[in-house]
Write a protein that binds this ligand. Structure first.
Ligand SMILES: [Zn+2]
Length: 341
């Protein structure tokens, strides 16, 4: 390749990137953007208690603002007595939240991810990249399977679809005591991208609420609205969410941008565990902010956690394709129990 050709290739690449990735309306989606935040193991009645007691002011303020919404009508765990039924643990839960299908399709029934079918039922950001190859997709998490299994399992060959993949693993040997610190690293990395980049879609995952509920960090805590330690963990994450929202609103052309904010959890819990079919484990919540949310429906009708991915596609103006969610294969065999999260 001669000098002129190199120059042309560089210019072309640069032009495409700038055109696709400016602030404001300068994007493949005319400025429509998504901030999807995951709070692991955050029980719905505990979050509500935290908001009522002034311990989650950031979420409360966002939900009570004009375009805001809070609903406890969301559910995890699939349909009881149906092939979609799945345990209320993180592996299947985050797989459902990130692919938009239940375990009878994504194949994940525990935290070992054996039998996962992410090549067929892929992470929603891979689908976005199929439609808009220049979209900027960023993911931040301190539970490594989010990236190691769900994202990497969705990759086509070696083709990376995440423009930012930020992973911080809490120290299992130290009983996850450093999970709150890892959440801060996740928060800061996500703020960096909101400030310095032009993300079209972001996923940001915080792990400490679940670890506190399990009693991993302090054995006096539990998944309960009556556990002060558990509510305090929710409060810490609420302040992280507040900082993310501030960074989003401080973007140079924020007023021209159209952000959909979705915040949810993968499951609830009772005592120091989860995985079963109780209301405390299955009933979850959605905190959202967006101009075109189906407010009535979300506040009044039970909504599966698989409904969030279609909401993201709709906001971005992406038409879901039938080949993204083919009919489920025959029921798979059960695999061995796996560690909780
Ligand atoms: Zn979980």
């Amino acid at each position: 390749m001669n000098g002129t050709a190199v120059f042309l290739v560089l210019c072309f690449g640069l032009t495409c990137r700038l055109a696709a990735h400016g602030p404001g309306k300068d994007s493949d989606f005319a400025g429509r953007r998504v901030l999807f935040i995951g709070v692991d193991g955050c029980r719905a009645d505990a979050l509500q208690a935290a908001m009522e007691r002034g311990l989650a002011p950031q979420l409360k303020m966002m939900c009570e603002s004009e375009a805001g919404l809070f609903t406890r009508k969301l559910y995890a765990g699939g349909e009881l007595g149906a092939p979609t039924h799945q345990p209320t643990v993180s592996g299947p839960g985050w797989s459902s939240l990130l692919t938009g299908v239940w375990a009878n399709q994504h194949g994940v029934t525990n935290n070992r991810f054996i039998g996962a079918r992410f090549q067929t039922y892929a992470h929603f950001m891979r689908r976005i990249k199929e439609v808009q190859p220049h979209a900027f997709c960023a993911s931040f998490a301190d539970w490594p399977p989010i990236h190691d299994f769900i994202a990497d399992g969705s990759r086509l060959g070696d083709v990376e679809f995440l423009d930012v993949k930020f992973t911080r693993a809490p120290d299992a040997a130290r009983h996850f005591v450093d999970n709150p610190e890892k959440d801060i690293e996740v928060r800061d990395a996500a703020i960096e991208t909101l400030k310095g980049g032009n993300p079209d879609v972001m996923f940001v995952y915080f792990g400490q609420v679940d670890e506190v509920g399990h009693g991993a960090i302090d054995s006096r805590a539990s998944f309960s609205p009556d556990s002060t330690l558990y509510l305090n963990a929710i409060s810490h994450v609420d302040s992280h969410i507040g900082e993310l929202l501030r960074a989003m609103r401080a973007r140079p052309k924020f007023k021209e941008e159209n952000w959909l904010v979705l915040i949810t959890t993968d499951h609830g819990g009772r005592g120091n565990s989860h995985g079963g079919d109780s209301d405390e484990e299955r009933n979850i919540w959605l905190a959202a902010n967006g101009a075109r949310l189906a407010r009535e429906k979300l506040q009044n009708q039970p909504t599966p956690q698989t409904a969030l991915v279609p909401m993201i596609y709709e906001h971005l103006g992406i038409q879901s394709r039938p080949e993204w969610t083919p009919a489920p294969p025959p029921v798979a065999e059960k695999s061995a129990p796996a560690p909780a999260k």
